[in-house]
Design a binder for this molecule. Structure first.
Ligand code: GLC
Length: 717
């Protein structure tokens, strides 16, 4: 009999339910601590998993209690939200998505895993894979943006990065794909609100990243807090056991979100903790995070016949199997055994700096960037300029608030003669305008003005929905005063926006000479921004979300289905707003570089394509600018006539090319024809003969795309 079956055979019910329980470490000034009762439960074997505990010594002590003092010596799973870094933070995931760089995504996850494992961690509650098309929802910051295909690519890369080739390696973490699923479609963008969308949209838009994570071998999945059409995901047997396990063949662990099992009572489908525990276990949830419902509810549920011991054993088996895959039975102390060497940490910081720069999207540039040598006085104004802690973004892991490099520190840390006077002018979110005068005074002596504005880290992420997507507090008034003064003095203004979402600031976009969307760039924020502004790095980021012109456009995304009355400004009875454009201010994929690129000569290897073919799509690219830069070319498709109305554009690939001034090259993108399958009327994949457009260009703006047409045909006999 193998070890796992032997253990299950020896376990009491309380020990089994302990393996299905994850409780949080508390926080003291010294850092994470485990409450005394939890410590006793670990020794008794009635808690088998912890979250929010890190630090090699602290973890080692908790493992020692479990392994050396409990009856069966089963090691602990120790999980934490290492979402975009542990102590060294990379850009928030929405920012990393903007790099459109799967290798970078994998590399930063690998580095985050290494750093977290050195702190004793074995599991990260990441990647967050919720497609979001509603900028009101603060958790857009944590995810891959609005596109399911991009979300799927990010899922693969992050799972590969966190888990590496072998989960039992001392620097591998078990990844948790979250939050399954469609959490990004919360009603009115309000976090934790109900989700009620079509089954088609669930499977076309929200499921692909999770399917990709499962195919990539993700160790665990976390259901969303939310209900989906009235069935809370934590009790959604159809999608957990039915779809995730049976259809997608997921054989890993399903871990609930924080207290989500207990919240089935508030959802109104469980009368008490016993019923909540039974509903969750029967739906397929293995680990109850922080509700203590399994330990307190399942014994009674068992007595009442609401659950079976076989199902309890099946969940225990999956948890023990994950611990075995992590190598915890062989050496429970392998993670955190060896402190990291200084050069490793330094190299990681350099990666964070490079990633920070690649995440930044240059939305606008009238030519002021990169700053000319003649700029000797750069006035830095705004509350986000000297805000190291905010650069971390909403999931800051174990990163010290003072650790990140602020914009001001990055600029002042550069070699050379540049003077960098600074005034915040206002707080991020407050009514105090006493600092206006001091800020405006800087304009007179400045050669250029850097306006650092936006959200605080806590204004996006979990429980951070916003109903107004402009600048918080009195920042708009400050920015308008600076823009006015700068215009009068004929001084250029560069605006840097910090946010966990697309902001609605058309007035700023129109009047600033350049605008950078920096998201929250992480530990090396200031150096990354300085590298970009001074021209050491050319901006290459492309926005993974559409930027609205007006609040009323939200939710806004490029992949909309056609209307029977497509918008026509000359025809009243067509789909449009009377008081706003229907197009975004910036389309998905938009992002300027320091080059000037032109695309030409789109060619596709085949005209008639069957399902098993692979298309080669080529386009020529020329850099007509004066500086070396990297261009990203997107591949979209549009199925013009099908048994189901298809989105006007669907992202199916992208390519990148770096060109010197005057240089030309060719981007080749491969497309497997089976990627042109879609969910037919019965929601089953279908490859339908007919015309499909191949569209290639710089963003999801059809007017800027080169178009070719191919013909899908049945397989050759
Ligand atoms: C939170 C989040 C989830 C996180 C978990 C543990 O409420 O919803 O993303 O992983 O709890 O911190």
């Amino acid at each position: 009999m193998n070890r796992i079956e032997r253990l299950i055979g020896e376990m009491s019910l309380a020990e089994k339910l302990g393996q299905l329980t994850m409780t949080a470490a508390g926080h003291a000034v010294t850092g994470p601590i485990v409450a005394a009762d939890a410590t006793e439960a670990i020794k008794a074997g009635t808690i088998g998993n912890l979250l929010n505990l890190f630090g090699a010594d602290r973890v080692r002590e908790m493992q020692r209690l479990a392994v050396e003092e409990s009856h069966l010596g089963i090691p602990l799973l120790i999980g934490f939200d290492v979402v975009h870094g542990h102590r060294t933070l990379f850009p928030i995931p929405l920012g990393e998505a903007a790099s459109f760089d799967p290798q970078l995504w994998a590399l930063t996850a690998r580095e985050a895993a290494t750093e977290a494992a050195a702190d004793g961690l074995t599991m990260t509650f990441a990647p967050m894979l919720d497609v979001s098309r509603d900028a009101r929802w603060g958790r857009s910051a944590e995810g891959p943006g609005e596109d399911p295909w991009l979300g799927a690519r990010m899922a693969e890369a992050k799972v590969r990065g966190f888990q590496d080739a072998d989960l039992c390696a001392a620097d591998a973490l078990a990844a948790v794909a979250k939050h399954y699923c469609a959490y990004g479609a919360v009603t009115a963008g309000r976090d934790y609100a109900s989700v009620d969308i079509s089954e088609r949209t669930v499977h076309e838009v929200h499921m692909p990243p999770f399917a990709a994570a499962v195919a990539a071998g993700v160790a665990a999945v976390m259901p969303a807090f939310t209900d989906l059409a009235g069935i809370p995901m934590t009790a959604n047997g159809a999608l957990l056991t039915g779809w995730l396990r049976r259809r997608l063949k997921f054989d890993g662990v399903i871990v609930s979100d924080f207290n989500a099992v207990g919240e089935l009572i508030r959802h109104g489908i469980a009368a008490d903790l016993t019923q909540a525990a039974a509903l969750a276990l029967n739906a397929g949830v293995d680990i109850d995070m922080m509700a203590d419902a399994y330990r307190r509810g399942l014994p009674t549920a068992l007595e009442r016949g609401w659950v079976s011991m076989a199902d309890i054993d099946a969940s225990v088996r999956r948890v023990l199997r994950l611990k075995a895959r992590l190598g915890l039975f062989d050496d429970p102390y392998r993670r955190g055994k060896t402190p990291e060497a200084a050069p490793v940490i330094a190299a990681r910081r350099q990666l964070a700096r490079a990633a920070g720069a690649r995440a930044i999207v240059m939305l606008k540039n009238d030519g002021i960037l990169p700053l000319a040598e003649s700029v000797r006085n750069l006035a830095v104004i705004g509350p986000l300029a000297d805000a190291a802690a905010e650069m971390r973004g909403p999931w800051w892991g174990a990163a010290d608030p003072e650790d990140p490099v602020s914009v001001l520190a990055g600029l002042r840390g550069m070699l050379g003669e540049l003077r960098v006077p600074h005034q915040p002018g206002v707080e991020i979110d407050g009514e105090n305008v006493a600092g206006f005068a001091g800020a405006l005074e800087l304009c007179a002596q400045a050669d250029a003005i850097l306006l650092c504005v936006g959200e605080s880290a806590a204004m996006s992420g979990e429980a951070a929905s916003r109903a107004h997507l402009g600048l918080p507090g009195r920042q708009r008034q400050l920015a308008e005063a600076v823009l006015e003064r700068a215009r009068a003095l004929r001084k250029p203004v560069i605006a840097v926006l910090f946010s966990g979402r697309a902001l609605i600031v058309p007035w700023l976009i129109e009047r600033a000479d350049a605008v950078l969307a920096a998201w929250f760039p992480g530990s090396e924020a200031g150096n990354a921004i300085a590298d970009l502004i001074m021209g050491r790095v050319s901006p290459s980021g492309r926005t993974p979300v559409s930027w609205p012109c007006a609040m009323g456009q939200v939710p806004l995304f490029y992949g909309q289905r056609p209307s029977g009355r497509p918008g026509d400004p000359m025809d009243r009875f067509t789909s449009k707003y009377l008081d706003a454009p229907d197009a975004p201010l910036f389309a998905f994929g938009h992002g300027l570089t320091y080059g000037v690129f032109a695309l030409s000569d789109l060619r596709v290897t085949a005209d008639r394509v069957s399902e098993n073919d692979t298309l080669e799509i080529r386009v020529d690219v020329a850099n007509r600018g004066a500086r070396t830069a990297e261009e990203t070319v997107f591949l979209f498709t549009h199925d013009k006539l099908a048994s189901v109305a298809r989105p006007l554009l669907e992202l199916k690939g992208f390519g990148k090319i770096r060109l010197n001034p005057g240089q030309s090259g060719t981007v080749t993108i491969f497309l497997d024809a089976n990627e042109l399958c879609f969910l037919g009327p019965d929601l089953e994949p279908v490859f339908e003969p007919g015309e499909v457009e191949i569209l290639v260009g710089p963003c999801a703006d059809r007017s800027r795309l080169l178009v070719a047409t191919i013909h899908l045909v049945p397989p050759r006999p």
